[in-house]
Design a protein around this ligand. Structure first.
Ligand code: MTE
Ligand code: LUZ
Ligand code: MOS
Length: 749
């Protein structure tokens, strides 16, 4: 089935926040934010701004009827700064005016005086000064201290990884409108409708039941709207509560880039020990997570870094420690991969360093250390259905690795100014929210009396195709055509207490809830049919909108059966609830079985580096990927291509820069470069690995949203491989992204 949104997207008829028809009398909100990264607010003078014709109101912390608090995991973040500011771009007030233009003009008239304090942007400096968001955590397996004596080679090093701007095409935004009796409806571009509802209730000091949050779809989220869609939605709701008019708040791109958090930059120290057979015997790693000025989702992100610190390798002795460091940057947040990419980049760097020192190829170390079923992860779960070695063999044969290596070697022999390189990048990613209680979902299904179907779930469509998958599930069970089924918006009054659309688990969680609801309805309808035909219920089936009895088409259509059931007063509505079984995690012991299953795969990245200019082009990325049994290969391939290129961008072109004073320099699309069609690989080949799938995945179709991003890490090491062919004296610095500028310096250092 094609993505059900394709047509709307291509014809420009899909509805995003700014496409919702504006109600007369709407006020437009523009955020006034801190001009400096750390300091005490001495005074703010709004009088000139308020006097501007067309300005309706300026909301500050003083107008908040409830708590001035939006922290989701830890209560450490104000909606509007009251006494102090902790990052540049921190919201201080919301200007509401008759038009956006007027609000922007008013913003320039606000005068603020701040007593500046010391700014910290470096996570190691924060850690040294004891500025942590919460206490450090350590995952361990075996005993690293005792393991070093078994090692023939021990290496230590440092790794730095920059953040990443989400750059969803639709910027953050929300539109609130007053309903009767003080109730409020908020349309929000959020991955977490319930998160918005919960936080808004707290700030507005009203019950969750009085706030309805509605989400049609997002023009991309990528994690950037898991938590950070919330403030703008609350601001709009607060404006509506105070003024009883509709309020629209949509961030302009530069405001969005300045005010919102990004993927976490990390710095890390590692020590890796190998025996003479290149087996990794011990691995110690310390992560310094740059959390920014408040917790946001950093505790959960940091946890996932620890979960994925050994990537796709079995290492018997591991000690991984992480510090969440408080700096004066916007609070960093969820981003596709959620801390795992950083953990994986560090171990890949450690392996690359060891290979370089031993004068062997990186892949020789990778290959002999691949995780096998039965191996234990440092967090206690045992690997199951993780076929990395078969994936490796498949890649070697399907994509003829030997021939590629030969071609690259001969190319490099005959070319002086252009060099080719390659890298292999295995991934293993755990599926489930690492916080066990979040792994639940619900779905509400109506069969209308004409036989058409309406579906509501907690899943948010953000381009990943989850609505298409939901539709497929219902269409399969009822055996009705797709155009009879409607995916309703995600709305907190229809499906309550949702987990955010995140962790790649949305189709699994909501799909399984939907499957339960549809199965219950199908059973009811089959019972109606069985009594009509006076047969056993087990003999009834649905096929192509017709009722079958004992496999034979009857004269009763789906429509007629629905009508029959309705007249017999059978309930044609059902609610399904799903909670992932088995999973658990004990935070005191840092052990458990946190993931329903793992997704794995392997990528071969080929690059050509222009050794005069330092530029590069990716010739191909060839991927062997574990889909389980994909329920929608087209949608899933799209996720792999998009995730891959996004990961490659993080490793290569995308460079976030802050000044020492905490001012964002890469604050627009002219200074922040994401991959376009020219910098995407010329060829992306995807070979589905035939696996059994798992019953924990919806229809055995494994989650696919985040894992492919980490194939992008191969880009960094492929570039290094090419640089070495030009400059044999090159020493890795492991400082991502590998921008053209850095490549040029590496070629000639
Ligand atoms: N694909 C598109 N087109 N747009 C997005 O915003 N977000 C990614 C991924 N793929 C995203 C996307 C992220 S961060 C996650 S967690 C998953 O989709 C969430 O959806 P899923 O759980 O349905 O895979
Ligand atoms: N969000 C979250 C996530 O709250 N918990 C997770 O484990 C997670 N994993 C990936 C992406 N988002
Ligand atoms: Mo994705 S980072 O789980 O929104």
């Amino acid at each position: 089935m094609k993505n059900i949104d394709s047509k709307g997207h291509v014809t420009g008829t899909s509805i995003y926040i700014d496409d919702i028809p504006t109600i007369e009398g709407t006020g437009y909100g523009v955020v006034f934010d801190s001009p400096c990264a750390h300091g005490k607010i001495i005074s703010v003078n709004y009088s000139k701004a308020k006097a501007l014709p067309g300005v309706i109101h300026i909301i500050t912390h003083k107008d908040i009827p409830g708590e001035n608090q939006i922290g989701g995991i830890l209560p450490d973040e104000e909606l509007f700064a009251s006494q102090e500011v902790h990052f540049q771009g921190q919201p201080i007030a919301l200007i509401i005016a008759e038009s956006e233009q007027i609000a922007f003009k008013a913003r320039k008239l606000i005068e603020i005086e701040i007593d500046k304090k010391t700014v910290i942007t470096d996570p190691r400096e924060a850690q040294q000064k004891g500025q942590l968001i919460f206490p450090p955590r350590t995952f361990s397996l075996g005993n690293t201290k005792d393991s070093w004596k078994d090692c023939s080679h021990i290496f230590e090093g440092k790794v730095d990884i920059n953040g990443q701007e989400h750059l969803y095409i639709e910027t953050q935004g929300a539109y609130a409108q007053p309903l009767e009796n003080g109730n409020i409806k908020v349309s929000s571009s959020t991955q977490g409708p319930t998160a918005v509802q919960r936080a808004a209730a707290k700030v507005l000091n009203i019950g969750m039941h009085t706030i309805e949050v509605d989400v049609v779809r997002l023009g991309g989220g990528f994690g950037g709207k898991e938590d950070q869609a919330t403030p703008w939605a609350i601001m709009a709701a607060l404006g509506t509560q105070i003024l009883r008019i509709p309020i629209k708040v949509i961030l302009h791109r530069m405001d969005d880039m300045r005010m919102t958090g990004k993927r976490h930059p990390y710095s890390a120290d590692y020590k890796i020990g190998l025996n003479k057979d290149l087996k990794i015997v011990g691995y110690e790693v310390t992560f310094f997570q740059n959390a920014g000025a408040a917790a946001d989702l950093s505790p959960a992100v940091m946890e996932r870094t620890l979960f994925h610190a050994t990537n796709s390798y079995f290492i018997p002795n591991v000690e991984a420690t992480a510090y969440s460091c408080k700096t004066n940057l916007p609070p960093n947040t969820a981003f596709r991969g959620f801390g795992a990419p950083q953990g994986m980049f560090v171990i890949e760097s450690a392996i690359a360093y060891a290979a370089n020192e031993l004068a062997i190829e990186k892949q020789q170390i990778q290959k002999v250390n691949l995780l096998k079923d039965g191996d234990e992860f440092p967090y206690g779960q045992i690997a199951e259905g993780v076929g990395l070695s078969p994936a490796w063999e498949t890649l070697v044969s399907k994509f003829n690795l030997k021939a590629t290596q030969k071609e690259i070697a001969s190319f490099n022999k005959t070319n002086d100014a252009v060099k080719k390189g390659y890298a292999l990048m295995p991934i293993t990613f755990g599926i489930s929210f690492t916080k066990t209680p979040m792994n639940q979902a619900r779905a509400l299904v109506h069969i209308y009396s004409d036989g058409s179907v309406g579906i509501s779930t907690g899943a948010v469509e953000m381009g990943q195709g989850v609505n298409t998958k939901m539709l497929q599930i219902a269409a399969n069970i009822f055996s009705v055509s797709a155009n009879r089924i409607k995916l309703e918006s995600t709305n907190t009054t229809r499906v309550a207490n949702t987990s955010p659309t995140a962790a790649s688990a949305t189709a699994d969680l909501n799909g399984k809830a939907l499957e339960k609801a549809c199965n219950a309805l199908a059973k009811r309808l089959k019972t109606t049919a069985a009594s009509y035909f006076k047969v056993d219920v087990g003999t009834i089936q649905f096929k192509d909108e017709q009722v079958l009895v004992n496999g034979n088409t009857s004269d009763v259509s789906w429509n007629q059966l629905v009508d029959m059931a309705f007249l017999e007063r059978v309930c044609l509505t059902e609610n399904g609830h799903y909670a992932t079984p088995i999973i658990n995690f004990n935070k005191d012991k840092e052990k458990g079985h946190p993931f329903a299953y793992h997704v794995f795969g392997l990528a071969l990245t080929e690059v050509t580096v222009d050794c005069i200019r330092g530029t590069y082009e990716f010739d191909a990325v060839k991927i062997v990927h574990d889909f389980g049994k994909s329920m929608n290969p087209t949608v899933d391939r799209g996720q792999i291509e998009g995730g891959l290129v996004q990961g490659m961008g993080w490793m290569t072109l995308e460079e976030i820069k802050y000044t020492k004073e905490g001012r964002l320099l890469s604050n627009s699309l002219s200074t922040y470069k994401v991959p376009d069609v020219y910098s995407a690989p010329k060829q992306i080949l995807i070979e589905p690995l035939e696996t059994e799938g798992t019953d924990m995945a919806i229809l055995k179709s494994k989650a696919v949203g985040e894992p492919p991003l980490m194939y992008g890490i191969g880009a960094y090491f492929a570039i290094e491989n090419a640089i070495k062919a030009f400059n044999p004296a090159y020493k890795s610095t492991f400082n991502a992204p590998f921008t053209h500028e850095k490549v040029l310096m590496a070629l000639y250092n």
